[in-house]
Design a protein around this ligand. Structure first.
Ligand code: GDR
Length: 346
């Protein structure tokens, strides 16, 4: 029997690598699209031991003709679109690139599918940022209003509308995942969770400078990237395309994340001071673990939000995400072993 073909756009990123691993286990032939320039960053694919089992293809989603040509030669059954700009704070400094890559790039993909392969099923990774300044006391779901408050959120919201429009108007099986933050050992070090675990492992093994962080009061609904990407594969096997919130329903602050992660490396974390003078230190040795630095404060940060994953669970049978404590444990364990083995450049 011929294997089904999956094309992952953004295969070198955290979500792309996990998707490759899940899809190979599910018996797919996997093509992995990457943007030239990110081609050397295959450490995630190596970490999951999938690099030699997938076909890497250089794909630029900004180039519609090139996309059409590539789709024509691969003719994928499923496309997982997890490519694009992902750093929210940076989108203020490059709004045009953000809109071009995240919105126009998604439009190019949808057009290529409409023209060539209307039977191809498409998953698009949107973001909880589309909810923007929503009331933090409610669990956000697929019917919650969009109140985007930065260029990144607007780029995702518009792309999400396009996905729905292609579904409704052209009958394409195009599904939106509205993803809350999702973390794990393959996370890029500029996001706060990995910044914390990578540096805690460094301090625990080698000592050195404390971690400089922004607001410790910021809170997020943090889920597991491994579990969310598995749910993505379920959404394309569902009976019909739809919009789904990927969330845990639980908020954790950066301070609490830092505390749990510090305990995980064997520290006894204590917090002292307020605002930009707050410090976290190891009570048993007096060593500074983290300091707050205004350099990392965001002029406009998104408020705390939590999401309701019930629809995703009910309609796909997904079991949900592992808890934050388990995610932290895995991240710390992996980062300790990276430092012990001299693997720092990830
Ligand atoms: P976010 O993730 O912007 O929510 O976007 P990030 O990890 O960057 O920030 C989370 C919260 O932590 C606070 N924070 C810091 N953030 C960073 N990066 N560095 C710090 O030192 C620091 N200190 C405190 C931030 O202010 C913020 O409140 C992620 C991305 O994956 C997006 O692509 C995705 O769409 C959304 O999650 C849902």
């Amino acid at each position: 029997m011929n294997k089904k073909i999956a094309l992952i756009l953004g295969v070198t990123g955290q979500d792309g690598a996990y998707l490759a691993s899940h899809l190979l286990k599910q018996g797919f032939q996997v093509f992995g699209g990457y943007r030239r320039g990110s081609g050397t960053k295959v450490w995630r694919l190596e970490h999951l031991d999938v690099l030699k089992h997938i076909h890497l293809v250089n794909i630029n989603i900004d180039e519609p003709y090139h996309l059409i040509e590539t789709f024509q030669s691969i003719m994928p059954d499923y496309i997982f679109h997890v490519a694009g700009e992902s750093f929210v704070a940076d989108s203020f400094t490059h709004p045009l690139t953000t809109i071009e890559t995240n919105t126009i790039g998604t439009l190019n993909i949808l057009e290529a599918v409409r023209l060539l392969a209307k039977k191809t099923r498409v998953f698009f990774a949107s973001s909880s940022e589309v909810f923007g300044e929503s009331n933090d006391s409610i669990l956000l779901d697929e019917k919650s209003p969009f109140l985007p408050s930065n260029p990144y959120a607007i780029s995702k919201m518009t792309a999400q509308h396009l996905v729905k429009m292609y579904r409704d108007r052209y009958g394409i099986f195009a599904t939106n995942g509205i993803l809350f933050n999702h973390e794990g050992p393959l996370r890029t070090g500029s996001f706060v969770t990995r910044k914390i675990t990578f540096n805690l492992a460094r301090i625990a093994l080698n000592g050195g400078e404390p971690i400089e962080l922004g607001s410790l009061d910021a809170s997020r609904d943090w889920g597991s990237a491994e579990d969310y990407t598995y749910a993505m594969t379920l959404t394309l096997k569902a009976e019909k395309p739809d919009d789904f919130v990927f969330a845990t329903g639980k908020l954790t602050s950066v301070r609490e994340f830092l505390k749990i992660a510090s305990q995980e490396v064997g520290f006894d974390p204590q917090f002292e001071g307020n605002g930009s003078s707050e410090v976290c230190f190891n009570k048993s040795t007096g060593q500074e673990i983290a300091v707050v630095s205004e350099r990392y404060f965001r002029p406009f940060d998104t408020t705390a939000r939590t999401g309701n994953p019930n629809k995703l669970k009910l309609e796909t049978g997904w079991a949900g995400s592992k808890p934050i404590e388990k995610i932290i444990q895995e991240m710390i364990e992996t980062d300790l072993s990276r430092w012990k083995n001299g693997i720092k450049n990830v």
